[in-house]
Design a protein around this ligand. Structure first.
Ligand code: OSB
Ligand code: MG
Length: 374
């Protein structure tokens, strides 16, 4: 598609604070609310593109925070964005490569450009990316609960809502016994566990016990920055390891796959620095026959819409952590909210992310707003 180059004339940073319906507990901490940026990019022809920054206020998942993303976006990424006209969004990650890491900051801005580009083309974002699915399977990630009976009740509710796969957060002391009991109650469901880096190789025997429960995979058992030790662990486990925190680039994905550190990859747009890098990792995994699925960061509807578009690519073969809006929010900031149809989410066929901003809801949750001009 030959395209006239376009400039981004203006970028608006909307800072929002939204209450989660229920607290979400992981091995590293508990989330009660979301504090994040929506990035709005505007061209000279009246088009608006939206991206979401997935960094949390505290650097407990990766090193980025809401404050570091604001600094890096304002002081480094926006000048690079405004500097030259854009022909295709794949140029953005190349332009941003002079800034090391800061992947969530990069992805937030690049995501807004992808949405804007798709809208300029008049095509859905999923189509602009080469997506092939018109619906995607939806999974749900459940935080650590204080009792197994609470957990079983929550699971029952989500299974009734139609979710196709359940992911349980685990940590030392809340693992084998919990999974055993859950499996006893739900012998057939697609089930997996996410440790968020809470174990070491000394826990190999505990992790090996999980082999008895037919889990689809165990996500990020060891160090957030490790690739080597996961290869040692994977050689001892029957359960496939899925890497999340350890994969921040195509380089990491290649190392992990070639070393046998994992058999599955959780792809998050923010963690790897944007949609273009997500596509590169996707294409590599497709060539290697390694399945991928789309992870989540408790996003609002904007980030969720990007995840849905990305998950329409062919190598996203497992249900993702892309749940309905009402799993997280009383009222989402997009119209309509994301909903399930028989455990699936329809990929929108309208231009860009395919959802409108619910400005009333966005403004109700907005605590700051800054406009930056080219
Ligand atoms: O490890 O996948 C993770 C939430 C916050 C930080 C890290 C993770 C998660 C989730 C929730 O598992 C996924 C979601 O429902 O958005
Ligand atoms: Mg994870």
């Amino acid at each position: 598609m030959g395209m006239t180059p376009f400039y981004i004339e203006k970028v608006i940073l909307h800072r929002l604070v939204m209450d989660l319906k229920n607290p979400f507990e992981t091995s590293f901490g508990t989330f009660k609310k979301k504090d994040f940026f929506i990035i709005e990019a505007v061209d000279g022809d009246g088009n608006h593109g939206f991206g979401e920054s997935v960094a949390f206020p505290i650097p407990w998942y990766t090193e980025e925070t809401v404050a570091t993303t604001e600094h890096v976006i304002k002081d480094f990424l926006l000048p690079l964005l405004f500097e030259k006209a854009i022909q295709h969004p794949d140029e953005i990650s190349k332009r941003f490569a002079v800034v090391r890491r800061n992947n969530m900051a990069k992805a937030a801005v690049e995501g807004a450009v992808w949405d804007l580009y798709a809208k300029r083309q008049g095509v859905p974002l999923a189509v602009a990316l080469g997506g092939e699915r018109d619906r995607i399977e939806s999974g749900v990630s459940i935080g650590i609960q204080s009792s197994v009976s609470d957990l079983l009740k929550i699971m029952e509710g989500h299974l009734e809502e139609g979710y196709k796969r359940i992911k349980l957060k685990i940590k030392p002391g809340m693992d084998v016994d919990v999974i055993r009991e859950v499996r006893h109650h739900f012998p057939e469901i697609q089930l997996m566990a996410d440790a968020n880096s809470a174990y070491t190789l000394k826990d190999t025997d505990t992790l090996k016990q999980l082999d008895a429960f037919g889990l689809m995979m165990i996500e990020q058992p060891l160090g957030h920055d490790d690739i080597y030790e996961h290869s040692l662990l994977q050689s001892k486990l029957d359960t496939p390891i899925c890497l999340d925190e350890s994969i921040n680039s195509l380089t990491d994905a290649r190392a992990a796959v070639e070393l046998g550190s994992c058999r599955v990859i959780n792809l998050k747009i923010g963690r790897v620095g944007g949609i273009s890098e997500t596509k590169r990792i996707h294409d590599f995994c497709r060539g290697k026959g390694v399945p991928v699925w789309c992870g989540g960061m408790l996003e609002s509807g904007v980030g969720r819409a990007h995840n849905i578009a990305v998950a329409s690519l062919p190598q996203f073969v497992y249900p993702g952590d892309i749940s309905a809006s009402d799993r997280y929010w009383e009222r989402d900031i997009i119209k309509p909210p994301v909903t399930l149809q028989n455990g699936e989410i329809i990929v929108k066929s309208t231009p860009g992310i395919g959802y409108d901003i619910d400005w009333q809801a966005l403004e109700a949750n907005r605590v700051e707003c800054h406009v930056h001009h080219r």
